[in-house]
Design a protein around this ligand. Structure first.
Ligand SMILES: *Cc1c(COP(=O)(O)O)cnc(C)c1O
Length: 452
């Protein structure tokens, strides 16, 4: 039970009355009352707040409560809510027409920015969601190699397409559904699973399936089972680190390496995790930030592979709204802003303060946590041991997280409603946000400490 006075149930009920009414209506009409499962707050045992608007680092619910937001639409809003240049670009584009089904110059402009920024991307195709990007890139990998199998890590999420919805982290993990009814075994039998951060498992799997594996797909920084960085190189040089190790083993066995940078692309560096760690995959999936908050994603990579997509090549993939002018405009405005001097330094500085403050606060409250961070992506695991893969992530104290989450919400800080989602810091999060967050965290950690 919450221990702080601000979280007593009568206050809580009044404070969220409009949201409660709105959610009751929504539940009648939509499964769980939501358009995506995690938004229903099942993992934290309460009902969600319904949002009226957002500006900068703050969202306001329909009861008028304000929150400092670390959901940030699960990653896209690296500049903050309703950032002026992004809004202006969308409005301007909307005035010219929402969609044409014909080429526009904006697509070429955004393609140029992506190709310049992301080391592996020589040619790019725009789609509408991260799910679609990975699904299409997998088709390309299979089509180009003529091989049926793919390898993925347990706990990595690559969208909800059939062949990838196996031990998939994120919402699927929170709900305790490792895969889903409706996905035939004949499809997932071609998906081979390995633990994240385990190079021996990669080698074994490749050896056991000679000439059958099209690609290995991985989140270079796992962000859908909390935030789990790739293992760094050993100081004595005995191993090259997880990502370089993947590159080496894929080359040795002739397997394509695909980085799913839907979350990390433009987030941890302009060129994504591949630029940060200096490891170049064959294919890359992008999403979230690339659309500046509008539905847009992309896949790209080596030219010889990408030219096999229709109409240059025989592998089919299409989309009525792909390359949508509004999404292109929002993406361009966002990526333009990210190329300004000092952006990633500011994100790093803000996030470092937040991370260190949370760690200290947990320690003072005597709550064991394992805090991870790569740039402006953070993971807060309620665990007294390090978390480097999915199996370990499953041992976390989700009951403590729920108490922490609820206290934070009641004190004006909104987090993703599950232990296994990352926190996102934006350019709009200033020093004042960090201080307010840490103040609320002090109470929230004390609340979590009371759960045994
Ligand atoms: C969010 C995410 C996806 C799915 O993107 P959608 O736009 O939600 O379909 C895929 N891969 C990763 C790594 C993601 O974080």
């Amino acid at each position: 039970m919450p221990t702080d006075a601000a979280t007593t149930s009568s206050t809580t009920t009044d404070r969220y009355a409009q949201s409660a009414a709105a959610f009751a209506k929504a539940r009648v009409l939509m499964p769980g009352g939501v358009s995506s499962p995690v938004r229903a707050y099942q993992a934290v045992g309460r009902e969600p707040v319904t949002v009226r608007c957002g500006k900068g680092a703050v969202v306001t619910d329909i009861d008028g409560n304000e929150y400092i937001d670390y959901v940030m639409s699960y990653g896209p809003l690296i500049l903050g809510h309703a950032e002026e240049t992004v809004v202006a670009a969308i409005v301007k584009a909307a005035g010219r027409g929402a969609s044409f089904g014909m080429p526009t110059e904006a697509e070429t402009q955004l393609a140029q920015v992506v190709v310049d920024a992301v080391p592996s991307v020589e040619v790019v195709r725009f789609v509408n969601s991260g799910t679609e990007a990975v699904m299409s890139a997998i088709r390309l990998a299979r089509g180009a190699t003529g091989k049926p199998k793919i390898v993925k890590c347990t706990g990595c999420y690559h969208g909800h397409s059939d062949s990838l919805l196996v031990q998939a982290g994120s919402g699927a993990m929170t709900l305790g559904v490792p895969s889903s009814p409706g996905v035939p075994e004949s499809i997932t039998s071609n998906t081979l699973l390995i633990p994240y951060n385990d190079l021996d498992a990669v080698r074994e799997t490749f050896k056991g399936n000679p000439d059958q594996i099209a690609c290995l797909v991985v989140e270079p920084i796992a962000g859908n089972m909390g935030c789990i960085p790739p293992a760094p190189p050993a100081p004595d040089g005995s191993n090259p680190g997880y990502l370089q190790g993947l590159r080496d083993i894929c080359d040795e066995f002739g397997v394509l390496l695909m980085f799913d940078e839907v979350m990390t692309g433009f987030r941890v560096a302009l060129g994504g995790a591949q630029a940060l760690y200096g490891v170049t995959p064959d294919l890359t999936c992008l999403g979230k930030i690339i659309g500046g908050g509008l539905p847009c994603a992309a896949y790209g990579g080596r030219e010889d592979l990408m030219r096999q997509m229709a109409p240059d090549g025989p592998i089919y993939q299409a989309g009525t709204l792909s390359g949508n002018p509004l999404a292109m405009a929002a993406g361009l405005a966002t990526l333009d802003a990210l190329q300004e001097e000092g952006v990633y330094e500011q994100l790093e500085a803000t996030s470092a303060k937040l991370g260190a403050g949370l760690r200290d606060s947990a320690k003072s409250a005597n709550v064991p946590v394992y805090l991870t961070r790569v740039g402006s992506m953070l993971g807060l695991f309620f665990s007294d041991t390090p978390i480097t893969n999915y199996e370990q992530a499953l041992t976390c104290r989700t009951d403590r997280f729920a108490a922490f989450f609820n206290s934070m919400l009641d004190n004006g800080i909104i987090l993703a409603p599950a232990q296994y989602e990352a926190w996102f810091v934006s350019m709009a999060h200033g020093e004042d946000c960090v201080q307010k967050t840490l103040k609320a965290a002090e109470i929230a950690f004390a609340t979590a400490a009371a759960v045994d």
